[in-house]
Each structure stands twice: as structure tokens, then as C-alpha cells.
Design a protein around this ligand. Structure first.
Ligand code: EPZ
Length: 422
């Protein structure tokens, strides 16, 4: 298993380009199952989770053609005109829970699907009850057999669905299912993340009739068939936020090219509260450090609230900030695993249920630490950028799921970072 070595003390300077959004790419690639026509996508990031999704779709019979010359998946065309399989196997779903998103499209277009339940993961139990409840309300008969969801429906029909939680995945699964249902579906308390809105715009380009995507109440009028699409993915706002934190943490000056500030409002407001200068440069965001950051309180909430996917990164910034920060994690029940590792680096962090009390210290010290999940692993890299001495982060396969070429991008900004191949 590879590890990453970081030598602290470098101020980051310069420009970094954000890759396409992981959390857009996964549902958008899966939405190609809804049509027999060719779907062409650009700005697809070269990530482990994207490769897992492509493997899953190939296994179902989707034809995939790389249109980019670099061999990376950045431009792909997918065609689901001869689906041979309606089963998503456990080994793929367990490695990447977003695989569960094939349920809605397969059920809606083919009338049946067998998808392994994703099971929990490091950050929480991550149930799929809201996905299943919504599909049942749309007329699906659903059985749980040997860890698999077996779903059947002659044809799904439109209905009014209220989501107990504004779940991103449930909104995406149900929205995709509703595009080919008979009649109109209304999803209330829908998730409003930019990735959900982007999926809706891709579906509408395919001929779906989705009204007010990105709002609390999304209305989908079912159609009989969907066409192909050509679409360029939005930039990854979480990757962008990660590099902005890196700039603040190292008191540097960094331009994150491709980042859209309208996708990061609450995060950018918080970042400004720490004292850094944030400027919107059209298709880029610039952060200029201002010495030691001030401690701020953080409360993660569904969009447009502070994104849970940037909580671990902000904890690294708060670990060396001036004051005490209370970080409240409302979305996942176990998303503080980076705290233990930051404490090994000298962080002063006390966990109380869904709150972490972070008392800023003058400096962290480099150590060997363990990555446990995607965003926890990047927060340890961030901490390593400012820690005294060397930090080695183990199990960086977590990182490769969601950050394209992170060591190249960070060393391009002046960081002293390298990957050790074991
Ligand atoms: C998506 O996960 C993202 N993943 C996550 O990003 C992100 O953290 C999360 O949304 C919240 O923004 C992708 O888009 C591929 P949810 P998802 O359903 O859809 C509970 C990353 O680091 N819930 O909005 O799984 C659930 O347990 C990843 O890139 C139910 O109770 O998130 C959680 O507590 C991590 N029942 C909360 O809702 C359900 O049926 C939010 O989950 C579904 C969800």
C-alpha cells in the first residue's frame, strides 16, 4: 500500500487547476443507463471511484469508449443499448456505495434490478432506507435477499415523496427513476447540492422534464424514452475547497482555477472569518493567507449549509488556529476519525458526541498517521504541510478515490511532498 511523505514548512504559492467533480461524475455516468442513445461526457476526473463506476457499468453491458488521447477517462462516450445484466455485485457496491445509484435507472428502464446493499463504511452506517421507501411508493416491489435488494416494477408511477432527510443519493436515485415513470413525481425535502442540480440538468438534456432542480421540491414529469447527451462536468468544489484550505493553512497565496464560488458560499464565508483574503476571479478563486488563522465555529449541514466533505480539512486549519473552535458534524455519525490522528501530531482536540472542541496549538509535529476515509486522509496531508518535520500518511488508497494527482498538484504549489510506492 502506498504512503505519502510530507515535509512541513513550505508556503504554497501559485495556481492549481481543479478536476471534474467526483460526486457529479458518478451519478452522471450511471444516468447513461436510462437511454439506448450514446452519451458523451467531458472533464471526467481520473479517480479510483470513476474507474470503479466504469467497471460496474461495463459489467452491466454498457459500451464505453475513451475519447481522450491521454488514456485518462477525461472524455468518454457511453452507450447502454445492449444491457446484458441487471445485477450490481457486492464486491463493487461494497467498495463504492455510489454504485447503489444504478437501482433507480435499471428499475425504471428495465422493470427490474438486483443491487447489493452498500453496507456501512468508516464514516457511518449509511443506510439506503430513503431510496427504497421512495421506490416502493413509486410502485416497486422490493425484497432483501442475501444482502441484495431485488426490485421489480412493471412500470413505476409518479407520486409525492417526502424525504425525511435531504439525502443526496436518495434524491439522485429517485430523480433518475422518476424520469421514465408514468405520471408526475414530486420529491419534497430534496437535496440541493450542486451535483444533484447538475445531474438534473444532464437528465433534462436527455429529454427528461425536471422542474426546479436544486430547490426543496423537485417535480419530474415522466416520459417514455430518453435520448443521448453531450455534457461537460462541473469542477469539483470539494477538491477546490481543499486547496483553498491548504493556502490558508500555509499562509500562502494560491489561485484555484476552475472553482466556482457560487458552489462554495458557506465554506468561503467561514474561510474569510478565519482572517484570510478570498477573492472571486470569475472562473477561479484566490486565497491569500494572513498569518495565523482565527478559530471559527463550524456546523455541517445539507447544502447550502457548510459541506460535511470539507469538515476534516477545516479541522486541520483549526488545529493550529488562534483560539478554540467548536466543530459540529450533523450529517454523518462517525466523521471525526481524523481527530485521533491530528492529536498524534500534537493537536488539542476533544470529542463530545457530534462535537469536536479544537483548541489551536502553536504548531503540529510530523508523525506517521493512518488515513481512514477519503476526506480524513486529505486533512492529514494538510496538517503535514504545516507540521514541524516529516509526516507519513499510510493507506493513501483512500485518497486516490477522490483526489486526482494530489501530490503533483501540491508540489506544483511548492509543497515538499512525495508518494512512496510500497
Ligand atoms: C453523498 O453521499 C456524497 N457522495 C458524500 O461525499 C457526501 O458526504 C454526502 O452526499 C453528503 O453531502 C457522493 O455524492 C458519491 P446522503 P450520500 O444520502 O448520497 C443518511 C465524499 O467524501 N441517509 O446525503 O451517501 C446518511 O446516513 C463523500 O465525497 C439515511 O439515513 O449522502 C447520512 O447520515 C462522502 N438514509 C445522511 O443521510 C438514506 O436512505 C446524508 O447522506 C440515505 C441517507
Amino acid at each position: 500500500m502506498d504512503s505519502i511523505l510530507v515535509r512541513g514548512g513550505r508556503r504554497l504559492q501559485g495556481e492549481v487547476v481543479v478536476s471534474g467533480s467526483k460526486n457529479s461524475a458518478l451519478p452522471v455516468l450511471i444516468s447513461s443507463l436510462l437511454t439506448a442513445e450514446p452519451c458523451f461526457y467531458q472533464n471526467i476526473p481520473d479517480l479510483k471511484d470513476v474507474h470503479t463506476t466504469l467497471r460496474l457499468l461495463t459489467g452491466l453491458g454498457v459500451k464505453i469508449k475513451r475519447e481522450s488521447h491521454s488514456g485518462k477517462p477525461s472524455q468518454l462516450s457511453l452507450r447502454a443499448d445492449s444491457i446484458t445484466e441487471l445485477k450490481a455485485p457486492y464486491d463493487l457496491v461494497k467498495t463504492m456505495r455510489a454504485s447503489f445509484l444504478v437501482l433507480g435507472p435499471l428499475l425504471s428502464r428495465f422493470g427490474q434490478a438486483t443491487v447489493s446493499t452498500p453496507g456501512g463504511c468508516a464514516i457511518g452506517t449509511r443506510p439506503v432506507n430513503l431510496h427504497l421507501k421512495g421506490l416502493t411508493q413509486m410502485g416497486a416491489s422490493i425484497e432483501l435477499v442475501h444482502g441484495y435488494v431485488q426490485a421489480r416494477a412493471k412500470r413505476l408511477y409518479g407520486t409525492r415523496i417526502y424525504l425525511d432527510l435531504p439525502s443526496v443519493g436518495a434524491t439522485e436515485n429517485l430523480m433518475m427513476a422518476a424520469t421514465l415513470a408514468k405520471g408526475t413525481t414530486v420529491i419534497e425535502n430534496a437535496a440541493k447540492e450542486p451535483e444533484v442540480t447538475e445531474l438534473a440538468s444532464v437528465l433534462n438534456k436527455m429529454g427528461a422534464k425536471i422542474d426546479k432542480p436544486g430547490s426543496d421540491t423537485v417535480t419530474i414529469e415522466g416520459v417514455d424514452v430518453l435520448g443521448g447527451v453531450s455534457h461537460c462536468l462541473i469542477a469539483d468544489r470539494i477538491e477546490a475547497g481543499t486547496y483553498l484550505v491548504a493556502a490558508a493553512l500555509t499562509d500562502g497565496e494560491v489561485v484555484v482555477r476552475g472553482a466556482r464560488s457560487d458552489h462554495l458560499d458557506s465554506f468561503l464565508m467561514k474561510l474569510k472569518e478565519t482572517g484570510v483574503t478570498v477573492s472571486d476571479e470569475g472562473n477561479a478563486i484566490k486565497v491569500k493567507g494572513s498569518g495565523r488563522g482565527k478559530s471559527v465555529d463550524i456546523v455541517t449541514l445539507p447544502h447550502p449549509g457548510f459541506p460535511t466533505d470539507l469538515q476534516a480539512q477545516m479541522m486541520a486549519l483549526m488545529a493550529v488556529a488562534d483560539g478554540v473552535s467548536v466543530i459540529t458534524e450533523n450529517i454523518f455519525e462517525n466523521r471525526f476519525m481524523h481527530a485521533q490522528e491530528l492529536k498524534r501530531m500534537g493537536g488539542n482536540i476533544r470529542l463530545e458526541g457530534k462535537r469536536a472542541i479544537v483548541k489551536g496549538v502553536q504548531s503540529l509535529s510530523g508523525a506517521t498517521v493512518m488515513a481512514t476515509d477519503l476526506r480524513a486522509s486529505v486533512s492529514l496531508i494538510l496538517a503535514g504541510l504545516v507540521a514541524k518535520g516529516v509526516t507519513e500518511i499510510l493507506r493513501v488508497y483512500h485518497l486516490d478515490r477522490g483526489y486526482e494527482h494530489i501530490e503533483q498538484k501540491l508540489s506544483g504549489l511548492g509543497a515538499d511532498i512525495e508518494r512512496l510506492k510500497h
